[in-house]
Design a protein around this ligand. Sequence first.
Ligand code: SAH
Length: 224
Amino acid sequence: MRIDILTLFPEIFAPLFASIPARAQEKGLVEIHLHNLRQWGIGRHRQVDDGPYGGGPGMVLLAEPLFNATDAIEAQGGPMRTLLTSPQGPRLNQETVFRLAKEPRLLLVCGHYEGLDERYRDAKVDEEFSIGDYVISGGELAAMVLADALIRVQPGAIDAESVRQDSFAEGLLDHPHYSRPAEIRGLRVPEVLLGGNHAAIEKWRRQQALQRTRDRRPDLIKDS
Ligand code: SAH
């Protein structure tokens, strides 16, 4: 898939070029294109924001650079779905990640300051998403969260079995994990994991996943 990101701060996005996301790009599973909104700024000063009509604090991203940038980015490739980072959108969850991961092309638009001119949202934004009920300074971190989550579930990015096991993939939290040594500071790995009985291990893991979900996130069980 192709992910375009429209931002005033492309330099913030280094995490999308390390670790699993970097490998996924090397393997050709995903392409990430960063676009600096400033490029479409107005006038000699490449203005991208101004004070709000009606007065009040803060700056608003101007509609014109956003419209022009979106049209130019769309023209660079096939049709795309435009997503706006916003604390007012529906909260992102794994189900949405799986749905969006099937799109051939997404544009993630990063707001900043007080937000952006509502007319851009009305005319160009297909969908909004929030990373939680709190406000962060700009949409960059939110866009990175979604992009990373999308990359992780691209077939071939990581082991398919890990994706299936991950928390939320099948409505449960993941089971606990252990590695060597079998004992440290008096703490032992659960015996069943050392025994090599795969059916017993599977059963234990399933029980643990269920128990944790009941203890920590009963809402996940009620919802399903
Ligand atoms: N005044 C706005 C918040 C502006 S914060 C309001 O109260 O709705 C500036 C930008 O950061 C937003 O435009 C959005 O792009 C991003 N942002 C802030 N919190 C976010 C969240 N929880 N999820 C996704 N994006 C967020």
